[in-house]
Every structure is written in C-alpha cells, then in structure tokens.
Design a protein around this ligand. Structure first.
Ligand code: ATP
Length: 239
C-alpha cells in the first residue's frame, strides 16, 4: 500500500440528537481525487471534521495507511500527514501572502524544506508569487483559495481534505483552481478528498465520487458514471 491511503469505515458522528454521519465507508487512494457530494446538511463538512479530529465519532474508524487515527488528537492527525482546508478560507489579511504560507510549514520543519515548499507553491500558483510581499487583503477570492491550499501543502501532506473550495468563486476561477488541483494530484500523488456542493465541477476532475444524503452514503462510483446518471443527478446532485 503506498503512502496516503485513507480508509474510513463505519464512521458515525452525532451532534446531540442529530446523527450527521451514519456508518459511512469511504476509501480514498493516493493519486486520486475522491469527490464527496450532496446537498446542504448531508454531512460533508462533518466527515472532514471527524477525519481531522475536530469532532469525535460515536463509532467507526479512520485509518491512514493502516494506522488508526480515530481517537488521535487533531495535532497528531495533522502530523501524520492529513491537512484540512476548512470552508470559509481562513486567510489572515493583516499578514503578507508569504507570511500566511509560512504558517503552514510544519513546526520544526527544516528551513530548506520550507523554502522548497514555498518555491513549489509559487510555481503552482503564480499569482501568489507575484503578490508574495503584499498583505493578503489584496487577494481576490480565487487567490485566497490558492493561498489556503498552498498553506496546507506546506505541511507536506499525504492527504488533503478540501471543504467547498469553489464556494463563492466565479466558474472560470473554479475551473482554474480545480485544474491546478488535478495537476497537483497527478504530479505529486497526493490523496485528495474534495467536498463540494458544486457536483458538476467536482466530478469533472474527480476519479471517483461518493454521494451523501442525510449522513448516509447513497451512491459511489467512478466520477464519469455518477455524472452520467440522470436520476442520481436530479435527486442528489442538483445539475
Ligand atoms: P453544508 O454544505 O451546509 O456545510 P454539509 O453536507 O457539510 O452541509 P454538515 O455541515 O456536516 O453538512 O451538517 C450535517 C448535519 O449536522 C446537519 O443536519 C447540520 O445541521 C448538523 N450540524 C452540523 N454542525 C453542527 C453543530 N456544530 N451542532 C449541531 N448540529 C450540527
């Protein structure tokens, strides 16, 4: 098994009386984008928050390359190689672009590793390189999304959890960011779990997709097969 296989089994998470995730099984493989789709409230954000240790599951397991991380603290999960980019960005506008990126470097990472990571992020996202010394408040919505993805990449993750990276962005910018994401997966072999309400765009770059409804998996298949399923699209995917 190559590094970066994320296996989720029987995962169940509740908020008081609300069961947000109900016995969910998902395997995400290295070098693949796994799209997690579904309407508002389907449990997508809860899935990512449970994987990264921000909320605790009532049952089930999260394994990274066979190592059980289910009850590990969030810091340990991050150190194990899982980076979470939550919905809503989290750019610190008073810091420069580069200062924001450096926050993503692992505590204790060597200077050389950090500089190499920065160079890679700048190569991948040229608008960030151009604005590296500017305060981040000058960035557009799309550039802010590049920044938070870049910051996550600076920790050198095996697994990238992305929550709604298309939110609030124009279709052209979504296509650009998703294209860059696909390039990243193809060149670095990272494992991506991509949570999206924008199912059409997500399926266009994903390898496989999982559809959640009310916390349960209602479909899983190759991305192209899901996109071609009219009944499923109308019932759950909104396009
Ligand atoms: P969205 O796109 O709106 O974030 P989602 O698919 O990510 O939707 P979740 O945010 O995971 O769905 O929510 C799943 C369910 O859990 C919903 O019924 C939601 O109301 C509930 N929920 C989410 N967060 C909490 C919380 N902190 N406390 C109580 N209930 C919550």
């Amino acid at each position: 098994m190559s590094a970066g296989t994320l296996e989720i089994s029987g995962l169940t998470t509740s908020y008081g009386p609300v069961t947000a995730l109900d016995t969910v099984d998902i395997t995400a493989e290295r070098g693949q984008v796994t799209a997690v789709l579904g309407a508002n409230g389907a449990g997508k954000s809860t899935l990512l928050r449970t994987i990264s240790g921000l909320v605790r599951p009532a049952a089930g397991q999260v394994l990274l390359d066979g190592t059980d991380l289910t009850h590990a603290p969030a810091e340990a999960i991050a150190r194990a190689g899982i980076a979470h980019v939550p919905e809503g960005r989290g750019v610190i506008t008073e810091l420069t672009v580069e200062e924001n990126l450096r926050l993503g470097a692992m505590l204790g990472a060597s200077r050389r590793r950090t500089e190499r990571g920065l160079a890679q992020v700048y190569e991948m996202f040229p608008p960030l390189a151009q604005r590296r010394r500017h305060d981040a408040h000058v960035l557009s919505g799309g550039e802010r999304q590049m920044l938070v993805i870049g910051r996550a990449l600076l920790s050198g993750p095996d697994v990238l959890l992305l929550d709604e990276p298309s939110l609030g962005l124009a279709p052209r910018i979504v296509a650009q960011i998703f294209g860059l994401l696909r390039d990243l997966v193809d060149s670095d072999g990272v494992t991506v779990l991509l949570v999206e309400q924008n199912a059409r765009s997500a399926l266009s770059i994903a390898d496989v997709g999982v559809v959640l409804n009310l916390g349960r998996v209602v479909a899983r298949d190759a991305a192209a097969a899901l996109a071609a399923d009219d009944g499923l699209r109308h019932a759950y995917l909104g396009f």
